[in-house]
Write a protein that binds this ligand. Structure first.
Ligand code: MOS
Length: 773
C-alpha cells in the first residue's frame, strides 16, 4: 500500500501546525532568549518592547500560575529563566503581539543585563569539574582486569562524534485555542502529545483534563520533538490562559537552531584486547556525553549508548562507563538512534584501529566476532533470533565482498589521485523503550453504521508512514478497502496517556493495540452473523466485504452486517490496549531483558575519493537488512534510505560548531551543511533478509525507524580507507564528522608519503591553499 500522505505532501495540501486556519483574534508569540551562555540576570527592561504598537503582553516566569518546570526525567529545567541562564538561546520570556513581525521587532527592544559566569562547552572539562547531570553508570560483563593479561594484542585510543541538528522541515511550533471553562486545545508539532499535555497542565496549574493536545502530523521529528516540542506548546497555552485568546508560537529556523538541543556529542576512551586468533577478549570504554545545560532525555540516551556499546559483537569481558556531562549548551536530546549510534561509532573505531595495527581488514575482525544466538549482551539479555551470520553470508553471496575488495585494490593501484575505499557496518539495535512503563499503547476504533471505520491511536505521523501502517492493519483485519478506513489525528482526548512516537516502537505498540481492538470488533460482527445464520461463529468468515458461511459466500455483506449488529444494540466501538510482555530491566544491577527483540543488518559502503580536492562520491551502499517480514516495503525501504543518508550526513558533513562562549556558529543552513540529493549514494541496494519474522513485531514486520541510521557509520570508515590508500601514513583521528577539511588534512597532513610521484603539481603550495579553503 502506498503511503497515504504521498499525494498531499507533493501537492502541498498536507496540513501542519502553521497551516491550520487561524481563528479571529489569534496572537503571535516570539521567544526572547538569553544572549549569553551562562550568567546571572541582573536586570531586564521590557518597557520599550511593551510600548511598541501591537505588542499585547510579555509573559515571564512571574506570570506562571503553576510550576516553572519542564524537566521530563529530572526537574532541572525552567520554562522561562528566572534568576540565572545556563545556555545561549535559553527562553526568558514570550513576547505576544498582533503579528509575529511586531513581536520580532519588540524582541530587539528588550534591554537585558547579565553578569557572566564561566562557560563550559566541553564534556571532558565538565566531567573534570564534576559537573554531571546525574551519577555515572557502568555496564559490565565478565572481568576485564584479568582478561587484559590474557590478551595477545591490546589497543587504546579515543573517538569523538559530534552532535547533529534535527533539521525537521517543519520547525518547532504550536497553536493554542481557548475553549469553554478554561479548557485549552493545543495543536502541537510534537512526537509526544501526552508529554505536552502533562507538562502544560503542571505549568498552567490545571488538571490534565483541561488540556487537549492534537497532532495531525508533524513535518519531521527525528527525536527533536520527543521532549523539545513541549516548551513552545506550553508557551502558547500560557498565552491563551492569560489572555483568553488563541496564541500561535512557531519558531523561525534561526531561533529553532539556536534554542533547541541536538544529538549529543560524545568523546570516548576505548581499550580493546584480542586473542591470538583475533577474538575480542576484552573491551573497556568511557563515554563522555555532552548533555548540555539540563537533563532533558540525556539519562535515557546515555543508557542506550551503554546498551549498544558492543554493537554486533560478542565480547566476554566488558566494562563501559558513561558520564552525562553538564555543559552550557542547549540541552541535547533524542535523535534517531538515541545514543546508540554514538556507542557504535566507538567500537567501530576501536576495531578499525586494531585492524590497522594488526594489518588485517576491519571486516575480518568484524566477522570473526559477530554475535550469535545464546551469547550474552553486557546488560544480561541472552541474544536470540540473531541473524548476523546469515546476513553476513548473504552479503558475501549477493555482493561478493572479496570481489569488491579486489576491484578496489586494482583500482587503487592504477589510479594515483583518485582512490576508492570500502567498509562494512553491521548493526544490532534493540527494540523497546528501555523504560518499561513506556511500552504500552492504546487504539480506539469505531465502525460507523455505514460500514466505514475510524481509527485513533497514540501514534504520531512524522513522515515515517505509521498512519499508512495503521490503516493497513485495520483494513487487513476487517478485509475492507483501505479507503473506507480513516485515520484520525492523534488526540489526547481520544487516546490518553500515550508514550511518545519514538524508540522505533510506534508501529509495534500502537499497531498491536489496534490489532487487539479490531479483532474484538470482528468477533462481535462474526457472532452477529452466526446468530443470523444459526451457526457457530467459527464457521463465519468475512472476506473483501462478503460474509462467508462455512466457506460459501452469502448475500450478507459487511455493510449490512454492521448495520444489523448496530440494530441489535451491540457496541461498534472498541478500545485496544497493548503492553509488551516479558521485558524488564533492573537499573540497580544494570541487568535484564530490556528489548522485545533486536533488528540486524549490514551495510557495504563504497566510496571514490578525489585526492586532490578532498571531495568524494559514495558509489554504492549495499544493505542486507532484517525486516522480519516487512508489512510495507515501500515505506520501510524509504525509512532505510532516509536513515542511511541522515547517518552519512552525521558522519561526514554535518558540523555543529559552538565557540568557547557557547555561541552556535553553525546557526543556519549557510553554515550547517546537510546531505542533499548530490550526497545520496549513486546506488542504494536493499536486500531484505528472508526470515520467519518475530512475533513481537507488528505482523512480524520489524521496527525500522532508527536502525538504518547506523549504516551511515560505514561512510566514515570507507572514507578513512580511501584516504589511507592515498596516504599510507595517515593516522586516524576517529573524529566525526569526517569533513572535506579533515579529509584534506588526512591526505596531505603530517606523514604524507615522500615518494609520491603523481602529478607534481598536486604538491605545489597554491594547490594546497586552494584545496584547504
Ligand atoms: Mo526517537 S530518537 O526515539 O524520538
Amino acid at each position: 500500500m502506498k503511503n497515504i500522505d504521498s499525494k498531499g505532501h507533493v501537492t502541498g495540501k498536507s496540513i501542519y501546525v502553521d497551516d491550520i486556519p487561524t481563528i479571529k483574534g489569534t496572537l503571535y508569540g516570539v521567544v526572547f532568549d538569553s544572549p549569553i551562555a551562562h550568567g546571572c540576570i541582573e536586570s531586564i527592561d521590557y518597557t520599550k518592547a511593551l510600548d511598541l504598537h501591537g505588542v499585547i503582553k510579555i509573559i515571564t516566569h512571574e506570570d506562571i500560575p503553576g510550576e516553572n518546570q519542564i524537566g521530563g526525567i529530572i526537574p532541572d529545567e525552567e520554562l522561562f529563566a528566572s534568576t540565572d541562564v545556563y545556555f545561549a538561546g535559553q527562553p526568558i520570556a514570550l513576547i505576544i503581539a498582533e503579528s509575529d513581525q511586531i513581536a520580532f521587532e519588540a524582541r530587539k527592544l528588550v534591554d537585558i543585563n547579565i553578569s557572566e559566569k564561566e562557560v563550559i562547552v566541553d564534556s571532558r572539562e565538565a566531567q573534570k569539574k564534576d559537573q554531571l547531570i546525574f551519577p555515572p553508570r557502568t555496564f559490565s560483563l565478565g572481568d576485564t582486569e584479568s582478561a587484559w593479561k590474557k590478551c595477545a594484542h591490546v589497543f587504546k585510543g579515543q573517538a569523538h562524534s559530534n552532535g547533529q541538528e534535527h533539521l525537521y522541515i517543519e520547525t518547532q511550533g504550536a497553536y493554542a485555542v481557548p475553549l469553554e471553562n478554561g479548557h485549552i486545545r493545543i495543536s502541537s508539532s510534537t512526537q509526544g502529545p501526552t508529554a505536552v499535555q502533562r507538562t502544560a497542565a503542571k505549568v498552567l496549574n490545571v488538571g490534565m483534563h483541561k488540556i487537549e493536545v492534537d497532532v495531525v502530523r508533524i513535518g519531521g521529528g527525528f527525536g527533536g520533538k520527543e521532549d523539545q516540542a513541549t516548551p513552545w506548546a506550553i508557551m502558547a497555552a500560557l498565552g491563551t490562559q492569560i489572555l483568553n485568546q488563541p496564541v500561535k508560537v512557531i519558531l523561525s529556523r534561526l531561533d529553532d537552531m539556536r534554542m533547541t538541543g541536538k544529538r549529543h556529542p560524545y568523546s570516548s576512551d576505548y581499550k580493546v584486547g584480542f586473542s591470538d586468533d583475533l577474538k575480542i577478549m576484552a573491551y573497556e570504554t568511557t563515554f563522555f556525553q555532552n548533555a548540555g545545560a539540563a537533563a532533558d532525555l540525556s539519562p535515557a540516551v546515555m543508557e542506550r549508548t551503554l546498551f549498544h556499546g558492543t554493537n554486533s559483537y560478542f565480547i566476554p569481558n566488558v566494562k563501559m562507563t558513561a558520564y552525562s556531562c553538564k555543559t552550557n549548551l542547549p540541552p541535547n536530546t533524542a535523535f534517531r538512534g538515541f545514543g546508540g549510534p554514538q556507542g557504535m561509532f566507538v567500537i567501530e573505531s576501536a576495531l578499525a584501529h586494531a585492524a590497522k595495527e594488526l594489518s588485517v581488514s576491519t571486516h575480518q575482525l568484524q566477522k570473526i566476532n559477530l554475535l550469535k544466538n545464546g551469547d550474552k549482551f553486557p546488560y544480561g539479555q541472552i541474544a536470540d533470533g540473531v541473524e548476523l551470520t546469515k546476513i553476513w553470508s548473504e552479503m558475501e553471496s549477493k555482493f561478493d565482498i572479496e570481489a569488491v575488495q579486489n576491484r578496489i585494490h586494482e583500482f587503487n593501484s592504477t589510479n594515483a589521485d583518485v582512490k576508492k575505499g570500502f567498509s562494512l557496518m553491521p548493526v544490532t539495535f534493540g527494540i523497546s523503550f528501555t523504560k518499561k512503563p513506556m511500552n504500552q499503547a492504546r487504539a480506539l476504533v469505531h465502525i460507523y453504521t455505514d460500514g466505514s471505520v475510524g481509527v485513533s491511536t497514540g501514534a504520531v505521523e512524522m513522515g515515517q508512514g505509521v498512519n499508512t501502517k495503521m490503516i493497513q492493519i485495520a483494513s487487513q483485519i476487517f478485509s475492507l478497502d483501505p479507503k473506507r478506513v480513516k485515520l484520525e489525528s492523534t488526540n489526547t482526548t481520544r487516546v490518553a496517556n500515550t508514550s511518545p512516537s519514538a524508540a522505533s516502537s510506534t508501529a509495534d505498540l500502537n499497531g498491536k493495540a489496534l490489532q487487539q481492538a479490531c479483532n474484538v470488533l470482528l468477533e462481535r460482527l462474526k457472532n452477529c452473523a452466526a446468530d443470523h445464520f444459526g451457526i457457530s461463529s467459527q464457521d463465519i468468515d468475512i472476506k473483501s466485504g462478503i460474509v462467508y458461511s462455512k466457506g460459501v459466500a452469502t448475500d450478507l455483506n459487511w455493510d449490512k452486517l454492521v448495520l444489523m449488529t448496530f440494530l441489535k444494540r451491540i457496541c461498534l466501538t472498541e478500545n485496544g490496549h497493548y503492553a509488551t510482555p516479558r521485558i524488564n530491566f533492573d537499573m540497580k544491577k544494570e541487568k535484564g531483558n530490556p528489548f522485545a527483540y533486536h533488528v540486524f543488518g549490514l551495510a557495504l559502503t563504497e566510496v571514490t575519493l578525489d585526492c586532490i580536492r578532498g571531495t568524494y562520491n559514495f558509489d554504492a551502499v549495499r544493505i542486507v537488512h532484517d525486516f522480519g517480514n516487512t508489512m510495507n516495503p515501500s515505506v520501510d525501504f524509504g525509512q532505510i534510505e532516509g536513515g542511511l543518508v541522515q547517518g552519512i550526513g552525521w558522519m561526514t558533513m554535518e558540523e555543529i560548531f559552538y565557540n568557547q562562549d557557547g555561541q552556535l556558529m553553525s546557526n543556519s543552513l549557510s553554515t550547517y551543511k546537510i546531505p542533499d540529493i548530490y550526497s545520496v549514494p549513486k546506488e542504494v541496494v536493499i536486500e531484505p533478509l528472508k526470515t520467519k519474522g518475530n512475533e513481537m513485531a507488528i505482523l512480524k514486520s520489524k521496527a525500522v525507524g532508527e536502525p538504518p541510521l547506523m549504516y551511515g557509520i560505514g561512510a566514515y570508515f570507507s572514507l578513512e580507507n580511501a584516504v589511507r590508500a592515498f596516504n599510507p601514513n595517515f593516522s586516524s583521528t576517529f573524529d566525526a564528522p569526517f569533513t572535506h577539511e579533515k579529509i584534506l588534512m588526512g591526505l596531505f597532513g603530517a606523514g604524507r608519503p615522500e615518494s609520491h610521484d603523481s602529478n607534481n603539481v598536486l604538491w605545489s603550495s597554491d594547490r594546497m591553499v586552494g584545496a584547504t579553503i
